[in-house]
Ligand binder design. Sequence first.
Ligand SMILES: NC(=O)c1ccc[n+]([C@@H]2O[C@H](COP(=O)([O-])OP(=O)(O)OC[C@H]3O[C@@H](n4cnc5c(N)ncnc54)[C@H](OP(=O)(O)O)[C@@H]3O)[C@@H](O)[C@H]2O)c1
Length: 412
Amino acid sequence: MTATPKFCFVIHPLSLDDVARYEPGAAGKGAPIVRKIMEWMPPWAAVHVTGVRTPDGRETEGWFVTAPLLPEQMMEFPREEVYKRILRAIEIGVELGATIAGLGAFTGVVGDGGVTIAERSPIAVTTGNSLTIAAGIQSLFRGAHEMEIDPAEATAVVVGATGSIGSACARLIAKRVKHVILVARNNTRLAKFHDEIKDTLGCESSYTTDIGDAVRRAQLILTATSSTQDVIQPEDLQTGAVVCELSLPHDVSRRVALERPDVLVTEGGNMVVPGTPRFERVRQPGSEFDLNLPPRTALACMSETMVLALENRIENYTLGRGIELDRVIEIEEMATRCGFTLADMRAFDTAITPEKIAATRDAAAVRRAALRQAQGDTGAAQGDTGVAQGDTGVARGDTAVAQADAVRVAQA
Ligand SMILES: NC(=O)c1ccc[n+]([C@@H]2O[C@H](COP(=O)([O-])OP(=O)(O)OC[C@H]3O[C@@H](n4cnc5c(N)ncnc54)[C@H](OP(=O)(O)O)[C@@H]3O)[C@@H](O)[C@H]2O)c1
């Protein structure tokens, strides 16, 4: 029997807090010093992954190799310098025996989304975005189900709609909703993309660079941006809305957790890894690397790299910004065959329990009632189909009333 290929996956810190988790020695040092050190720090193998095993007994192992740059450094540094770091990280993986490499977070965003890296890499490369898209779609509609939103009656927003992940998500979401709104900053690219796809979507569609306006009109929101700042703010969200966040670093304001108990936010790209996966620090054998995720859980992009190794699909799999939907379907099938499943809901570093979901639904019902009362318009109730259609247009104006009410619900 031939041995299962090994993989490597390039990781990088998403924030200064992450730096301290990767390298505990950095904790307590000032941000400017840490940033400066990282400018000079070469990549290193940080994590040895073992115990990834399919239900039919196939097993792989691999390494997470750190390319130590923050997201903003990845975007600001000279492109060639960043590519050099990523390629050095892949070489370290090759030295350890990997034959396929995954590009984590901004290492798959920078430049042309992995195309140049793949051309220069000695081994096969994937961004992992196909499985991330599949997981994000599952996650968004799971959230809709939990919040009793009928997708066929809903408006959905994709923020980052011209990107690698967002453009495929927009096309897949459109198949199941009434209206899809595409959002990004570059209006020319948005208009071109919308023009290319609008006749194939099968639902109403529009586009805008005004995130707040789009979010105020939607019950379902998916974020897949390369922003290093928050893009979703609590005051824009409709009562009872679902936000599926794929972006890393996160781009949903933490204020949403505090101020909007009536909204369901869920990280969309987390998967449970089959077998008994261990993420062991290379420099401290025996100690587990903190991925800031529950046990046995990995990001979908990491999972895609593991699945390709397990399935012996040693090829450049997902690259660039025009991902074919067939690839998304294929990797989802392969992941299922290998025993990977969507992880339980989670947001803002906390698990979302069934009780929390029920409380979110209740808070939404209370807030809707408060909004209707504040409007003094009982007729609005007729328009409220359970997908908060009736809230459109009042969500912002009545934020103060609604927030006061939401806080009361949260405290109850
Ligand atoms: N959860 C996971 O497992 C996982 C896996 C892979 C990647 N990711 C994350 O997913 C995100 C997207 O990756 P990608 O490869 O699709 O990136 P990408 O191809 O570079 O696309 C980024 C999209 O975001 C838009 N954008 C950037 N800043 C924005 C802002 N401030 N407001 C609105 N739109 C903005 C861009 O358009 P404009 O420039 O026109 O605004 C573009 O449409 C990244 O955060 C990445 O780290 C997560």
